[in-house]
Design a protein around this ligand. Structure first.
Ligand code: CO8
Length: 257
């Protein structure tokens, strides 16, 4: 299916999705979110793909939800159409998604990056939740995910003032895994995806699910979920292969079973 607002390609076992509304700094309108969800669903179903990189341009990962599209909505339209609902699906995909963020990741752009599993930031990245300047608040998880990632004080400061965080501060605050030079960003993210692709894919997906449970439940429930998932890995051929290969001092040959 041809997309109008995103580009999709494959780099070996890594799906690369590029947000592509350059004139609007990749502002996230309904069409883009629908196309992104469709592309991620297709990549989830693609047996050749082990991980996905989601990126924007050097100037903007995404400058937020499309303000012009939202501008004239009233409460009853917003509430009854529940127009943010399609965004929630982005966080529900099974394969790991690496956000490769250069330039602005603001509002819904920052929220989209936080829906991904790993954020790599270019040295020019800027993260922010500027909705307060528009008379509104983050609506796609920003008040919740940012608070869990960087803590209450910093999240509160960002959400209440709209202040942006640069890449170095984002790394210090645990919002991003790593900062790389902007010219290397996509290659580094693809390399990270390729490294994940060398592992057993069902085990990668079990691991992703378990880490994400940490954001949704109590410690006791999370530990219970982890233990069940850990035992479940013993039902796979790859768990046995991994341990036998270690004892035989060779690399594992995973069959993804
Ligand atoms: N929506 C729509 N258009 C945008 C957006 C946006 N979020 N951001 C930039 N654009 C457009 C500009 O209007 C401009 O278009 P035009 O050339 O037609 O005038 C073009 O992109 C280039 O932008 P600028 O000229 O402003 O570029 P600058 O380099 O001067 O500034 C900034 C870059 C600082 C990023 C500036 O564009 C800006 O402040 N943008 C808005 C940032 C913002 O407030 N984002 C939050 C949006 S609200 C939100 O995300 C709520 C999420 C809720 C959940 C989602 C529900 C669907």
């Amino acid at each position: 299916m041809p997309y109008e607002t995103i580009l999709v390609e494959k780099r070996g076992p890594v799906g690369l999705v590029t947000l592509n509304r350059p004139k609007a700094l990749n502002a996230l309108n309904a069409q883009l979110i629908a196309e992104l969800d469709a592309a991620l669903t297709a990549l989830d179903a693609d047996g050749e793909v082990a991980a996905v990189v989601l990126t924007g341009s050097e100037k903007a990962f995404a400058a937020g939800a499309d303000i012009k599209e939202m501008m004239e909505k009233d409460f009853s339209e917003a509430f009854t159409s529940d127009f943010i609902a399609p965004w929630a699906r982005i966080a529900g995909h099974k394969k790991p998604i690496i956000a490769a963020v250069a330039g602005y990741a603001l509002g819904g752009g920052c929220e989209l990056a936080m829906m991904c599993d790993i954020i790599l930031a270019a040295d020019n990245a800027k993260f922010g939740q500027p909705e307060i300047n528009l008379g509104t608040i983050p609506g796609a998880g920003g008040t919740q995910r940012l608070t869990r990632l960087v803590g209450k004080s910093k999240a509160m400061e960002m959400v209440l003032t709209g202040r942006m965080m640069d890449a170095e501060e984002a790394q210090r605050s645990n919002l991003v895994a790593r900062v790389v030079p902007v010219a290397d960003l996509v290659d580094e993210a693809v390399k990270l995806g390729q490294s994940i692709a060398t592992k057993s894919q069902p085990i990668v997906q079990i691991a992703k699910e378990a880490v994400n449970v940490a954001y949704e439940t109590t410690l006791a429930e999370g530990i219970r979920f982890e233990r069940r998932s850990f035992y479940a890995t013993f039902a796979t051929a790859d768990r046995r292969e991994g341990m036998v290969a270690f004892s035989e001092k060779r690399s594992p040959d995973f069959t993804h079973r």
